[in-house]
Design a protein around this ligand. Structure first.
Ligand SMILES: CC(C)(COP(=O)(O)OP(=O)(O)OC[C@H]1O[C@@H](n2cnc3c(N)ncnc32)[C@H](O)[C@@H]1OP(=O)(O)O)[C@@H](O)C(=O)NCCC(=O)NCCS
Length: 176
């Protein structure tokens, strides 16, 4: 059965649909969004399509993915938040359209999804990978209560790994 985390106050999640591609590509072709992602290059329509295809397969096979996020006020796709499987542990990540930044929405989505990961998916530990220059994303990570575990250089960019255990005394279950 295809599953998605429950709604938050302002947000909802579901499986990806082919119709999401245009809007998702709009988000990923914005240089502000991609500045601290990978090598900073915007995504082609094909890359956005591959992401959706990969997330759809992961959801079917693993029961989780980087779910599309919708704002309940206007029902628009505003980005994604969710998990990918890495060698170490499930990795949480997020990406939102700039018009929705600065309203606490990434934190709201990430808290709900982290709680879903621990309580429903029974993850023991979740990691996050972020470029050191990505101050907004690091602030979201801090608000989740994640701890810095490692840092290294990748193609001239400092990358940090953060982690949180399911039993951590963290604010991840709070909604604010
Ligand atoms: C990272 C991202 C998802 C944050 O989304 P958001 O909805 O604006 O996040 P929130 O509002 O929940 O929290 C952002 C926090 O960062 C702070 N912040 C934003 N820009 C900042 C900056 N340049 N320096 C320091 N703090 C900053 C905000 O003030 C807020 O903290 P606060 O609640 O203490 O005030 C969004 O910026 C984004 O999509 N970026 C592009 C994609 C990306 O980088 N994804 C992550 C890859 S690891």
């Amino acid at each position: 059965m295809i599953q998605a985390p429950p709604d938050t106050n302002r947000l909802s999640f579901r499986a990806w649909l082919d119709d999401d591609l245009d809007r998702f590509h709009d988000i990923c072709s914005d240089p502000r969004v991609m500045e601290h992602v990978g090598n900073g290059e915007v995504w082609s329509r094909q890359q956005a399509a591959q992401f959706i295809q990969s997330a759809t397969g992961t959801l079917r096979e693993q029961g989780f993915c980087q779910w599309p996020v919708f704002h309940k006020s206007d029902h628009r796709l505003i980005g994604y938040c969710g998990f990918v499987k890495t060698g170490i542990a499930p990795e949480i990540g997020w990406r939102l359209s700039p018009e929705y930044w600065g309203k606490g929405l990434a934190t709201e989505a990430a808290r709900a999804i982290l709680q879903y990961g621990f309580e429903t998916l029974r993850f023991n530990c979740v990691v996050a990978t972020v470029q050191a220059a990505n101050a907004a994303s690091i602030r979201v990570i801090d608000k989740l209560g994640m701890q810095l575990e490692d840092r290294f250089d990748r193609a001239g960019r400092e990358v940090r790994i953060y982690a949180i255990e399911s039993n951590a005394p963290s604010p991840h279950a709070k909604e604010s």
